[in-house]
Design a protein around this ligand. Structure first.
Ligand code: XMP
Ligand code: MG
Length: 174
């Protein structure tokens, strides 16, 4: 861990590893008879979670990426979501892999965007959930950890592009 002032450890590397093993077991069980599962990783924040999650799955999958930006360099949602990347999901069982669901705006926009292509199903897996911050309804199918309405970084998540490389989740003091 970086020895930076203003960072408080919140979720350890070991806790993340153990939780991912459980999530991967549930997902592998739920999608056992359907194949192959289409993983859609939402960049940039979910790159590390996706890499660890897919390695823990015991079913075949394909892996695609979309980039969604709602925050820019600010710590509060801008209210608009830009989605970049073209993927084909028609007839596929899609698992969206997110780093964190906050207001719910980003994930709702992505689901609406992909539904136009008529996938067979869309489910949502998020490492972190901040239910107290929700403004747009969303209930993830798979959740790593529920956290309070605080700003966090590490394990792929950033604070103005810093701390993505940390192997654990930290609370960032404002
Ligand atoms: P919404 O509000 O659309 O936000 O659900 C989802 C996206 O916002 C970013 N986000 C965070 N990023 N620490 C971060 O590093 C946080 O505490 C945080 N809260 C929201 C994130 O990119 C997510 O995909
Ligand atoms: Mg971010």
């Amino acid at each position: 861990m970086k020895d930076s002032p203003g960072l408080t450890p919140l979720i350890t590397t070991t806790q993340i590893r153990k939780r991912i093993a459980v999530l991967a077991g549930q997902i592998s069980h739920d999608f056992d008879s359907r194949e192959p599962l289409m993983i859609v990783s939402i960049l940039k924040g979910s790159f590390m979670f996706t890499a660890d999650l897919v390695r823990a799955l015991s079913i075949p999958c394909t892996i695609d990426f979309l980039q969604a930006s709602s925050y820019g360099t600010r710590r509060s949602s801008s209210g608009t979501v830009a989605i970049t990347g073209s993927i084909t999901v028609k007839g596929r069982h899609v698992l969206l892999v997110e780093d964190i669901i906050d207001t719910g705006l980003t994930i709702n926009r992505i689901v609406d965007h992909l539904r136009l292509q008529q996938p067979s199903s869309i489910r949502i897996c998020t490492l972190l959930d901040k239910p107290a911050a929700r403004r747009f309804p969303c209930t993830p199918d798979y959740t790593g950890f529920r956290i309070d309405n605080i700003f966090v970084a590490g394990y792929g998540l950033d604070d103005r592009e810093r701390y993505r490389e940390l192997p654990c989740i930290v609370a960032v003091e404002r």
